[in-house]
Design a protein around this ligand. Structure first.
Ligand SMILES: Cc1cc2nc3c(=O)[nH]c(=O)nc-3n(C[C@H](O)[C@H](O)[C@H](O)COP(=O)(O)O)c2cc1C
Length: 435
């Protein structure tokens, strides 16, 4: 079977991806209390590697142990664990596929239990109170330069331990994305103000990373098409940044969207459904619903003459093939289906299935039960936000199962996932604090 999905992709640095399907980054929560990789990563990545994708992106790996996206993150911060990373990299590349480490600093999206005063471009707290994030502290220039240096250092550790590429996370409202947005970046120095200044952190990080890993190692960037917030990082600004990235030594640009204040956008629910109602009828499947960043891809395509990957909403094989054949993009990023069906990419490649599983389209959060858990009725907006977070929690719980060598539990409800995830994070945070 040799259609568009099975074509290899040559990257500017010389590396070759064996096909056009990528597992997008998903936080694993499988690290030990020293934030080191474990046997559980080995199990999950071995399974995903055998699952057929040409490229696996790891969940976000932190450059600073005091700034985690969640307690079970891997961090590379003089905390040892190099052998464990090697084992993870070996397992995650065991099917002639690539495994790239996604490198991140969460900035103000660090949970308060991990750091009540996280570093951020400016001291603007996250409006999403339900996330329990701390009160950010404005970074000094020395601290900014230190974080850039850390990104480059982590990239060299990734290369030296057998990962075959890296991705700089500049999407979803984490530190690099905070620098880009005028809502979270109110600085008056060279790192804030004009778009050129707000993009400086990202561009300097790309340059430092490239310099550290050399010319022949894949370096990718994940960027938001927009934050979907009034006064935030706009689509037009994003296109400018893409134009600048085109002049850098970037091998692959991945487009995504949203942040913790716009979690519905982060997993594509607003784009899928303008009315705010979860659609349940698979027959309604449209090209637009399939991949909500495709409109944006069409606009950036002329600005970026290197490989482009779009992540978010891709489920139907015919749409994947069609967009690749039309040259709208070069790689299809898929995240949540790999939690319900770890070998979904192989099955799509072999033409065994026409649709990747999409449990998020049919699962709803029991509203009465949620009210009971929250101790008071939640309004519609909060309900929808909690439902989106529960969908993320559902996927997280499946990844934890994979780490334990188990199959996905497709009978898990969103409410159960919400509770189990919360309990897991609390226990992991307590364990981290004790260590
Ligand atoms: C459980 C879970 C964890 C995620 N973790 C990350 C992450 O660590 N880094 C990242 O860039 N995106 C992360 N994402 C976002 C996905 O990479 C992807 O952009 C999003 O899920 C939309 O793709 P999909 O519709 O195929 O799921 C995560 C998503 C989920 C569901």
């Amino acid at each position: 079977m040799s259609d568009a999905l099975s074509q290899s992709l040559h990257l500017p640095c010389g590396a070759v991806l064996k096909n056009r399907l990528a597992k997008a980054a998903m936080t694993e929560g499988l690290a030990d209390t020293m934030n080191r990789a474990t046997e559980r990563h080995v199990r999950a990545y071995e399974r995903w590697a055998k699952g057929g994708a040409g490229l696996l992106l790891t969940g976000n790996v932190q450059v600073d142990r005091t700034h985690l996206e969640r307690p079970g993150n891997i961090a590379i911060d003089n905390n040892g664990g190099l052998e464990a990373l090697r084992a993870m990299a070996k397992a995650g590349t065991s099917a002639d596929n690539h495994l790239w480490m996604q490198i991140n600093h969460p900035g103000r999206q660090t949970p308060g239990g991990i750091n009540p005063a996280p570093l951020a471009p400016s001291a603007v707290p996250l409006a999403a109170v339900e996330t329990g994030a701390g009160n950010p502290v404005e970074m000094t220039e020395t601290q900014i330069l230190d974080v850039i240096r850390r990104f480059a250092h982590v990239a060299t550790v990734a290369r030296d331990t057998g990962f075959t590429g890296v991705q700089i996370h500049s999407a979803h409202g984490y530190l690099s994305s905070q620098f880009l947005s005028p809502l979270s970046n109110r600085r008056g120095d060279a790192w804030g103000g004009s778009l050129e200044n707000r993009a400086r952190f990202l561009l300097e990080t790309v340059r430092a990373t490239r310099k550290a890993v050399g010319k022949d190692f894949p370096v990718s960037v994940k960027l938001n098409s927009a934050d979907f917030q009034k006064g935030g990082f706009t689509e037009e600004e994003s296109m400018h940044v893409v134009h600048w990235l085109n002049a850098e030594e970037v091998d692959l640009l991945e487009i995504s969207g949203g942040n913790y204040e716009q979690v519905n956008d982060m997993i594509g629910r607003n784009q899928n459904d303008a009315e705010g109602v979860v659609r349940k009828n698979a027959a309604e499947s449209t090209r637009r619903r399939e991949a909500y960043f495709l409109d944006y891809a069409a606009k950036v395509r002329p600005l970026f003459n290197k490989p482009l990957m779009i992540t978010g909403g891709f489920r139907a094989r015919p749409v994947m093939v069609e967009t690749l054949e039309a040259g709208e993009l070069d790689m299809i990023g898929i995240a949540r289906p790999l939690c319900a069906m770890p070998d979904v990419c192989g099955r799509l490649l072999r033409n065994e299935i026409q649709e990747a599983p999409a449990p998020e389209r049919v699962m709803t959060l029991d509203r009465k039960a949620l009210d009971a858990v929250m101790g008071a009725p939640v309004d519609d907006k909060m309900y929808r936000t909690m439902e989106s977070w529960s969908q993320v929690a559902w996927a997280c719980m499946q990844i934890l199962r994979m780490g334990d060598g188990k199959d996905p539990d497709l009978n898990l409800t969103l409410l159960e996932a919400f509770g189990a995830y919360d309990a897991n994070e609390k226990a992991a945070t307590a364990a981290l604090q004790r260590s």
